[in-house]
Design a protein around this ligand. Sequence first.
Ligand SMILES: NC(=O)c1ccc[n+]([C@@H]2O[C@H](COP(=O)([O-])OP(=O)(O)OC[C@H]3O[C@@H](n4cnc5c(N)ncnc54)[C@H](O)[C@@H]3O)[C@@H](O)[C@H]2O)c1
Length: 256
Amino acid sequence: MDLKSKVVVITGGGSGIGAAMARRFAKEEPAGLVIADIDLGTATDIAEETGGVAVLADVSDPDANKDLIEGTEDRFGPIDLFCANAGIGMVGDEQSDTSMWNRMWEINLMSHVHAARHLIPGWVARGEGYFLVTASAAGLLTNLKAAQYSVTKHAAVAFAEWLAITYGDSGVKVSALCPQFVNTPLLEGSEAFKALGANHTLEPSEVADVVVSGLQDERFLILPHPEVEKYFQNKANDYERWLGGMRKLQRTVFPD
Ligand SMILES: NC(=O)c1ccc[n+]([C@@H]2O[C@H](COP(=O)([O-])OP(=O)(O)OC[C@H]3O[C@@H](n4cnc5c(N)ncnc54)[C@H](O)[C@@H]3O)[C@@H](O)[C@H]2O)c1
């Protein structure tokens, strides 16, 4: 997909990867750029910088997705690209509160379902439309110390994959963006994430460049850290060995 003259929505567009995508996409001269975020202040800053429009939306709310999509289409016409990018990350395990598991599900997975529910019928009728999911390398591999994050990001990849298979022949395109560590407030907020990302953390602007080329190629898997492809192959080729390698990494990074 070439972004020129397209109508684009980015959720979680007020910060990090979403803001970087907004800045990068703006250079491609879209017809409409909607920056949706639960934080209207940051969304407004990015909208002013990129010539976009800020919208307050909590993507975990089904009605907020409906309003975001209908409001965008009333203003600009049909949405060409919807970037389901908003997400939260934190360390946690099986002992974490159920409410924390539920919040992660709602934002990291169910928001994609709520958006797709309103987008897919129109896209199938038009024979085109593009859904970009910001998942994570944790959705292909795992993220040490972060059970909810790993599980919900696997689910995000699975849903993207399912959409690609189910609606691909109807003209709907889907990509799953699966970066490892990116220098954003999400990473800053977690010592465990920071420790893991120490070796190869990308800047959000670098990720945004890779996204634009991934969209141009209409590739399903967009991997800003190319080594993730090899790790994913290693996992599929020898799961037992991969699990052993991950345990070894955990002992090295978190010796206590
Ligand atoms: N930073 C990383 O290392 C990394 C790696 C892989 C994937 N990701 C994914 O990238 C996406 C963007 O994260 P980021 O690193 O840019 O983090 P970030 O915290 O900088 O940005 C996330 C944005 O989402 C918004 N948001 C949070 N909950 C929301 C909600 N319910 N409704 C609407 N907006 C909401 C936040 O206000 C924020 O502006 C997330 O899905 C994250 O899981 C991040």
